[in-house]
Design a protein around this ligand. Sequence first.
Ligand code: KIV
Ligand code: ZN
Length: 522
Amino acid sequence: MTNSIKQSGAEQDRVYIFDTTLRDGEQSPGASMTLEEKLQIAELLDAMGVDVIEAGFPIASNGDFESVSEVAKLMKNAQVCGLARAGAKDIDRAADAVKHAKNPRIHTFISTSPVHMKHKLQMEPDEVMEAIAFSVSHARNHVENVEWSPEDATRTDRDFLCATVETAIKAGATTINIPDTVGYTVPQEYFEIITMLRERVPNIDKAIISTHCHNDLGLAVANSLSGVQAGARQVECTINGLGERAGNAALEEIVMALNVRNDAMPQWTNIETTSLARASKLVSSVTAFPVQYNKAIVGQNAFAHESGIHQDGMLKNNQTYEIMTPESVGISQTSLVMGKHSGRHAFREKIKALGYELGDNQLQEAFTRFKDLADRKKHVFDDDIVALVDDEVAKGADRVKLVSLRVIAGSEGPQQAMLKLEIDGKESEIDSTGDGPVDATFNAINALFPHEANLQLYQVHAVTEGTDAQAEVSVRLEEKGKTVTGRAADTDTMVASARAYVSALNKLLIKREKQAPDSLTA
Ligand code: KIV
Ligand code: ZN
């Protein structure tokens, strides 16, 4: 059993963690994030020791370009990477986006499998080969740190794969990523592919080999670890395994597998494991993608012991049923915190312990809300404070604000909402009815601020236990193919619902200003 936070070992066993939550993760339908949310996640990834952050696909939209560029300016240690297809326009845009990073990286890719080349690219293999040489050397004209990926590598002809990798390295690629784009491979096969590249590509020692495994068969983590055993030294992964379709390899699972089973796998990462739970919560709440209860490492039940036999064993010695401690992944056993008598100093210390750095104004706002919450709620837990602070940090310069809400609910309909909003500094109010209190509240918002967006998701989740728990509400809106997720927490579910809806509207207003310059086809 290990409680160690970081492991260090021989340099040749060091595994670089490449996080693509903000790029591949954001490609999950409905997982779109605002600039502020991306920066919040990126700062945490940087602080916890992630080596490379893939912050977006700069050509995809002005919003993506801006996020890559802002993440690049902000990161203290992590390399910042922008994704680009094989054309000059994509690569130039990516170069422009990462140019302020301390260590900028361009990640360029093209498909190499027969099915992708024929049907998606409609290119012959020799044309693909030319595009590889061109794209990598073009990227190298901008930066020294160039990653190249043969998309759908695991369904690519093996001889062709070796030839493409050799060409990419010759053109200057410093990292060769081997994507299992459709989550098709199995651990033994992936091991053999990486081994084959190490044995057959003559210049392979000039590049780091990377894994990028999708989870369509539930094998993403196993395949990635198998790649590492075969000699890969970078793993591409995402927090909570977020990503296209069934997602990517989960960062927290890769890191903890290497950490806990260091006896079986000598490879190590530089990740501060005590930040894993916090990162999981943040990504889950920003995207409104719940973490399954029995998810490894960060699920609500990952350290819960229900059966009498297990509880008895745990009381005698926790090694009986725990292979790692909750503390080692940042889950605090003593999460009961403060009440209404707690002062500002204790609050500031708590915020720090939870991994936040707030400016004076944000701290003051958060403290006022904490006091208000402590007046209404008997026990304020760590999770309450996390919800409250995330809520505060997510707030921008909102054009629409909730001033007040009164709701009449009950068995005698119609339910009614009396709502006051401030829109661009001017207050207006309305009474609306609806089929239930949520419907009445949302109708009132629509009447005061008419818009065309469709409601895609309305989700309520209790932050802690008990009837006085805060409700954390997520509202996802869609307008012309763009989605945004608003969230808010309050002990009153209706107030949280109204604030979450208003927050989504504010995000939509920002998104409207950032249109895509180019439609994306690979
Ligand atoms: O899954 C994939 O092939 C990708 C590439 C762009 C690396 O995400
Ligand atoms: Zn991918």
